[in-house]
Design a protein around this ligand. Sequence first.
Ligand code: ZN
Length: 275
Amino acid sequence: MSNDTNNTRGSNGRRVGTLRRAVVTAAALALTGTAAFAVLAERGAGQPAGAAGAAGGKTAGASTTIDPALPAPTVDMAIVRESEDDGKSVNLTLDDGPDPRWTQKALELLKRYKAKAVFCLTGPNAAAHPDLVRRIVAEGHRLCDHSVSHDVAMDKKPVSYQEKEILDAKRMIDEASGGERIWYYRAPGGAFTAQSRQIAAAHGMRNLGWNVDPGDFRQPGADTIVRTVKDQLSTGPTVLLHDGGGNRAQTMEALERLLLWFVEERYVFSFPKAG
Ligand SMILES: [Zn+2]
């Protein structure tokens, strides 16, 4: 879809951040009549292709123009879903931790299958479990800022609120990790805006979406989680799972079965592009 095409074009590891390029992109969208679609697709920030339109209706994140009142991006501010590795790859992402029980379990499973993942941490959880934050990094995984309050309506709130949610969480994760790189920002519920994407990108964090959402948060059963991931992987490599926010026993059971399947199917465990 057009929005993905746009994202792909800006995410080949090149540093972006020039006002000229952003304006040209916005103008191109308007000229080709795809701006309205981009509005819908943007709201479906992290969601599978095809689901984006259904999730439409919010317009705040649609602009691709850089706001001169905010700091300039140092990485591409487009939402990324594609892998750093070519070919048959999967990007595992685990949200809402760290959690003493489930994050430990996830780390054990990932180690056993020599897999890697992005951990999207809320600030308070990171502050409460710095040992887990350090272990995530030490075991080769990547950190992602998942805000302070996990407010899935933050795209309706003032920019100053969004900025505080993102940067306060970043500070809390920085303190917990000892200043390790935070590679990504993922808005809770995919509630990105143009401004929140720019704020994250100005602090070196790539905005992280997803392709595959098995709804593990709602605990549909491990079978459903496994089947949905396998079914949706044809839409893209980035898989949304959770290691916090409740009882994640089903997710961990599904994760183990999926890891075995990924290995058998010769998937490469990759990361979303971060440049
Ligand atoms: Zn979340």
